[in-house]
Design a protein around this ligand. Structure first.
Ligand code: CA
Length: 214
């Protein structure tokens, strides 16, 4: 009986030794795996951030396309605006030491709300071909000093010019048909150190509308 008890105790001691060895091996194994797992996770997170950025860009593009499609599927997109320079009163606008968008404040119509009277800028919400026209009345001083241009995405397209002679009360207009992508902008710009005059007869106007989508 005593012999059996001794053998059992030896067996238990051997088993405990094996468990301790296995625990040590496992600890080494886990430390290595943890380092590898952190590296893999860091890479995965970076990939997810890239993917999220790409998805956000695609969602933005899809929203823009949806806005365009909604406008089209209602029938002919209703985009047309017309505005004059002064909402009230009379007087010169300018001169400014830098070229400045003219803010046509007296809004006669703004179907589609593509024209912003706070900035003077028209932003196309639909891809298509548009017509724009603007008029200019020169300053009332003896020497004319008025230059105004129609600009697409900041680039001059057509211009009105009256800067010499002794006449005043001159008016002029210019126009252009422009293909626009969604987000393209069109505005009328008073050139630096130039002046225009207006009153409630509304000589200076900015008008535009969509001719057709394409
Ligand atoms: Ca003139």
């Amino acid at each position: 009986m005593q012999t059996v008890a001794v053998l059992v105790l030896i067996g238990c001691a051997l088993s405990r030794s094996q468990v301790v060895q296995n625990e040590a091996k496992c600890s080494q194994c886990c430390d290595g795996s943890t380092s590898m797992t952190v590296g893999v996770l860091t890479e995965k997170v970076a990939q997810l951030v890239d993917r999220t950025t790409q998805l956000e860009s695609r969602i933005q593009n899809t929203e823009n396309e949806l806005l365009e499609l909604k406008s089209i599927t209602r029938g002919t997109p209703k985009i047309a605006f017309s505005a004059a320079l002064l909402d009230s009163g009379s007087g010169d606008t300018g001169p400014f030491n830098v070229a400045t968008p003219l803010k046509y404040k007296k809004v006669f119509a703004n179907f589609g709300s593509n024209y912003n009277s706070g900035t003077g800028i028209f932003t196309a919400s639909v891809k298509g071909v548009y017509f724009f026209r603007f008029t200019m009345f020169n300053n009332l001083q003896q020497t004319p000093n008025s230059v105004v241009s129609l600009r697409k995405n900041g680039v001059s397209i057509v211009t009105l010019w009256d800067v010499s002679g002794s006449d005043s009360n001159d008016t002029g207009s210019n126009a252009a048909v422009l293909p626009l992508e969604v987000g393209d902008t069109v505005h009328v710009e008073l050139q630096e150190n130039r002046i225009v005059y207006d009153d409630q007869a509304h000589y200076n106007t900015f008008t535009g509308f969509l001719l057709f989508t394409n």
